[in-house]
Write a protein that binds this ligand. Structure first.
Ligand code: FAD
Length: 483
């Protein structure tokens, strides 16, 4: 049938996956339409995720640092917080970045269509147009015909079904809205997102409780890294409930009354001014009528893809949070480039581009807490669980001149090497700026570096990054047959 718009590549969703795919496809000379339901591009990451959380975490880190300055001989006194101004700062940061994306889309002649997209068939998407700042449908629709499509519809926060509807119960988006600072806050879910938001609110004055079903916070990271974080952050928490489920909640005028049940059967209760649900994210795969395009969606709403990001329909690709863990922006961006290149290769008959594939060995994770916790590749706990032999090089920051000069020597840097090949297979850092340093370890893993390569690389002194070279030198001693 007739279509209002015709393109070579249709991209559904304007988050880090979607805009990166659209831009790469346009740069490779393809005619691209990008469909996004919200007024601004950038998806979860720029609007209600990575970026606003880091804008607030930066302020919190400076406040904590300044408070600590009194011990070093400079007392700034107690801070006064203007929460409206702080919120305004965060909004400005978002606006700068999303505005930049709109400009970049224009420069590349990517057609951005505002509305809610769902598939009509293998080569057609229907868009119900939306307006305003929300996703309110205007009633008018557009049909887009495409040769190839890239689905980048992302994910949404999981909601616990038994929690009452109350404005004092929020997800990460509600927490980032920063309406007020509660006296007592509960974080349900001790993962990165919950702990980052908890860091912001507690620095601004809230007392925290956290409840987690597993036996430790920040699952996925090695326990030795988390231990350092936990020791430094103990003062923020009244209660850390581990191996505990949230089983019920009622809204009362005094606060949200929440019931907990330990896996051992023990029961407890608390009353909170703010409850943050941070129990994970669920893919948006079931909300786009993918089946009409012949794209298989799993029970949980994920879309399975091959290494070229191709779905069960060979002309349709999927990327980002929608295709599986880890749900991280940098993963989405790299997958986006693969999908765009494969499509450009096929449509333009370029065999090299058409053979693009996602073959990253590792994807780093970072908790932008204070201190930061960052890890990449094999973890020590994983190696133990799998019975893999590894050599470890650990450098404590108590021996780092820069960390001591900064008054922040609680951290450490750890590298793991395969016991047979001596090549680096993983690493973890806990300490200030850990997230900015983990990329070097990822590079070393991608390059197949061994401890000598890293240890003999001259790092500038005195820096925190030096600790990576030092950790390699520690391991080097155990790598006897490395030339
Ligand atoms: P999304 O960003 O979810 O984008 C999908 C887009 O598609 C959205 O804009 C949505 O409106 C649109 N859309 C969906 N369905 C339709 C439809 N039918 N029609 C039209 N449009 C549609 N990751 C990091 O790497 N680092 C971090 O520090 C980090 N911090 C985070 C903090 C928080 C609080 C949260 C919630 C997430 C954080 N993440 C972080 C995760 C990161 O935001 C996601 O991994 C990333 O946004 C995924 O990108 P995406 O393109 O797959 O999807």
């Amino acid at each position: 049938g007739g279509a209002d718009l015709d393109c070579e590549v249709l991209v559904l969703g304007g988050g880090p996956g979607g805009y990166s795919a659209a831009f790469r496809a346009a740069d490779l000379g393809l005619k691209v339409v990008l469909v996004e339901r919200y007024a601004s591009l950038g998806g979860v990451c720029l609007n209600v995720g990575c970026i606003p959380s880091k804008a607030l975490l930066h302020v919190a880190a400076v406040m904590d640092e300044v408070a600590h300055m009194a011990d070093l001989g400079v007392d700034f006194g107690a801070p006064t917080v203007n929460i409206d101004k702080l919120r305004g700062h965060k909004e400005k940061v978002i606006g700068k970045l999303t505005g930049g994306l709109a400009q970049m889309a224009k420069m590349r002649k990517v057609t951005v269509v505002r509305g809610y997209g769902s598939f009509l068939g293998p080569n057609h998407l229907q868009v119900e147009e939306t307006s305003g700042s929300a996703q309110d449908k205007t009633g008018s629709t557009k049909t887009i015909h495409f040769k190839r499509a890239i689905i980048a519809a992302g994910s949404s926060a999981v909601r616990l079904p038994f929690l009452p509807d109350d404005e004092r119960i929020v997800d990460s988006t509600g927490a980032l809205a920063l309406k007020a600072v509660p006296k007592k806050m509960l974080i349900i879910g001790g993962g990165i997102i919950g702990l980052e938001m908890g860091t912001v609110y507690s620095t601004l004055g809230a007392r925290l409780d956290v409840v987690e079903m597993m036996d430790g916070l920040m699952q996925g990271a090695d326990r030795d890294l988390v231990k350092v974080w936990q020791k430094m952050n103990a003062k923020r928490f009244d209660n850390i409930y581990l191996k505990t489920k949230t089983v019920g909640a009622t809204a009362t005028p005094e606060g949200i009354k929440v019931q907990f049940e330990g896996l051992d059967g023990s029961k407890s209760e608390g009353v909170y001014d703010l409850v943050l649900q941070a129990v994970g994210r669920t893919p948006n795969g079931k909300k786009i009528a993918a089946e009409k395009a012949g794209v298989a969606v799993t029970e949980r709403g994920f879309i399975n893809v091959d290494v070229q990001m191709r779905t069960s329909a060979p002309h349709i690709f999927a990327i980002g949070d929608l295709v599986g863990q880890p749900m991280l922006a940098h993963k989405a961006v790299h997958e986006a480039h693969v999908a765009a290149e494969v499509i450009a290769g096929e449509l333009k008959g370029d065999a090299k581009l058409a053979s693009a594939a996602f073959n990253a060995r590792v994807i780093p994770s970072v908790a932008y807490t204070d201190p930061e916790v960052a890890w990449v590749g094999l973890t020590e706990d994983q190696a133990k669980a799998e019975g893999r032999q590894v050599e470890k090089g650990l450098f404590p920051w108590a021996a780092s001149g820069r960390a001591i000069a900064n008054g922040r020597d609680e951290g450490f840097t750890k590298l793991l090497f395969d016991a047979e090949t001596h090549r680096i297979v993983g690493g973890g850092i806990v300490g200030t700026h850990a997230g900015d340093m983990i990329g070097e370890i990822a590079l070393a893993i991608e390059m197949g570096a061994d401890a000598v390569d890293i240890g003999k690389t001259i790092h500038p002194h005195p820096t925190l990054g030096e600790s990576i070279g030092m950790a390699a030198e520690v391991a080097h001693g155990s790598c006897t047959d490395v030339p």
